[in-house]
Structure formats: C-alpha cells, structure tokens
Design a protein around this ligand. Structure first.
Ligand code: RRO
Length: 313
C-alpha cells in the first residue's frame, strides 16, 4: 500500500505534499514569480490578491523590513484578474494546487471576481476580506453581516474549496460568532492572519517615516506578528470545536514555527516576510527542519498533531 508522505496535509478536498506555502502578496504577483514558487518545495501556490482592474498600488517607499518585523502599504498592486486567468493554464506549478486570492471593493466586485476565477483551473479561492492599506475603504471582515453577504453569494458560485483571509485581531466572542457563521456558510478554510494595520517605523536620525503611503502607516508582519497570529489560530480552533480548517500566517521562519502553528490548530502555514528576505529556497529549508522535527518526535502524520495543544499546567 502507498504510505502518504509524513508532511502531507489537507485543506478541504485539497491534498498538499507539505504544509508550507507563500502568503498572498509575497513572490506571487507575476507569472515569473508564481513559476518560481512552482519550482520550489512549497506545498501550494497562492496568487497576489487580484482585483477586477490592474492596479499600480500606493506610492513608494511602501515596504520596509526591520529587525524582527516588516511594514507594508502596497495598496494592492496587481495586474488584474484577466492576467491571472490568462496565465493559469500554463503556470509551471510542479503539481501543486494553486489558490487564487481575490479582493474587491464591493459585494458586486467580489461576485464578478469569483465568476471569473471559478471557471479557470485554480484549485481553491482565498477571499481576502482584510487588506489593511486601503485608506477610507475599511476592512470587510470587521463587519460580519457584510462579510456573510459576500461569502454566501460566493459560496454558491464555487464547488472547489473556498477560504477567507481575516485580520489579525478579533475578540474571543467575535471569533466564536465568526467561526459559527463561517461553518454555516460552508467556508472551507480560514487564513489567519493578515498584517496588523497601522504600524509605523520612524528613523530617529532623520525623523523620517520609513514608508510613504497613508501618512506613514501600514500592515505589520514578520516575527513580531507570530504570537498574535498564533492566538487567533488557537482561539478559532477552540471556538469552532476543531471544525474549521485553518491556515496560519505570521512570522513563520523555521520548522519549529510550523510545528507551533500545527499544534495550535492550523493544517498548513503561509510565509510572507521571511520568504521576501530568503527567496523561495526557504521552502526547502523549512521542510527539512520540519521533517527532522517530525522524525525526532516519531510523528507519522501531521494530522496526529494538529490542534493537540496542551495546557501550561
Ligand atoms: O497590497 C497590500 O497592501 C496588502 C494587502 Br491587499 C493585504 O491583504 N495585506 C497586506 O499586508 N498588504
């Protein structure tokens, strides 16, 4: 009998050879970048959030990596949904599932985007309801009624797995209500979390802000985001009674980080800041570290450790 690879994991009906992929936004805007993820040891490929029309995004500088964190205010630069639909068929995906990330500015726009991607050979759709950098536009995920309206419509348009990318802070009560609603709506997975809004970096020598858009503030990512993201993963897993599939994002930079997310309740993880710094060769390193860890602990299947966190005492 064929024994599954010990790092194999599932996201809804998708089978991933390993649980580590890029986060939407990093190394995934152009076909060239997506192909590089395809050639790497990532377990899946996620596209940049696509909009109906091409966008050049916010003025530069719009991204900075600091010691232990990053701040971005990209403003959704992407070549538009047509580009991804044109290129998906010849993507050098290396057998990996491809997840389309979509971002609209209204219920109508999300519907049009889903109509476009649903007829293409993407394997799943991640609905981004949490972009932090669209000043004056708000974050859809903070309004559960509007979010539900969008998701109910989109769910009816896609037979493949559908996930939702959420912002980095909901209260326990909001998590409980959101998890319950998402299960009712047939959401297959939640991606936790997007970058933490309104972060700021100042250079004390020059007194200058490090990024230009939106008065100098943007989404915080990287190592500093990890405990925040891990807490949201833990609570979503608890409050959903382990019924929601979770993809963890925030500060993943080692096999050990991946283990922490799996133990908290995630079935897979995404990498943004560290992928930007290290390039797609990071997937080989992290999978090697994860393999060693799994071997050391005599774990034969990742399913055996997902959501198995133990109390402190
Ligand atoms: O493009 C961005 O500014 C951006 C998006 Br859409 C997002 O969802 N998260 C983020 O950190 N940046």
């Amino acid at each position: 009998m064929h024994t599954p690879h010990p790092l194999q994991t599932n996201i809804g009906t998708l089978v991933l050879e390993n649980p580590v992929m890029n986060a939407s936004g990093v190394w995934c805007t152009t076909v060239e970048e997506l192909n590089q993820i395809g050639h790497s040891q990532a377990g899946a490929i996620v596209t940049k959030s696509m909009t109906l029309k091409e966008r050049s995004g916010n003025p530069e500088p719009r991204f900075t990596v600091e010691e232990g964190y990053s701040i971005n205010s990209m403003g959704l630069p992407n070549p538009g949904v047509d580009y991804y639909c044109q290129h998906i068929k010849d993507l050098e995906r290396g057998g990996k599932p491809v997840i389309a990330s979509i971002a609209g500015f209204s219920v109508q726009e999300y519907t049009e985007l889903m109509a476009r991607v649903a007829e293409q050979p993407f394997d799943a759709v991640e609905v981004n309801l949490s972009c932090p950098n669209l000043e004056g536009k708000g974050i859809f995920a903070y309004d559960l009624e509007t979010a539900s309206k969008i998701l109910e419509k989109l769910r009816g348009m896609l037979t493949k797995p559908m996930g939702v990318k959420l912002p980095p802070y909901l209260t326990r009560n909001e998590i409980s209500q959101t998890a319950k609603r998402f299960i009712e709506l047939g959401v297959d997975f939640v991606t936790l979390v997007n970058s933490y809004p309104l972060g700021c970096v100042i250079d004390a020598d020059t007194r200058k802000l490090k990024i230009a858009p939106n008065g100098g503030v943007g989404g915080l990512g990287g190592k500093a985001l990890k405990p925040i993201a891990l807490g949201q993963v833990l609570l979503f897993d608890q409050e959903s009674d382990h019924k929601l599939t979770i993809i963890g994002v925030g500060g993943v930079d080692s096999g050990r980080d991946v283990m922490e997310y799996l133990i908290a309740g995630a079935s897979a993880v995404q990498i943004a800041t560290a992928l930007h710094t290290e390039s797609p060769s990071i997937f080989k390193r992290i999978n090697k570290e994860l393999s060693l860890f799994v071997k050391e602990k005599n774990i034969t299947s990742l399913a055996d450790i997902i959501g198995t966190v133990q109390p402190a005492v």
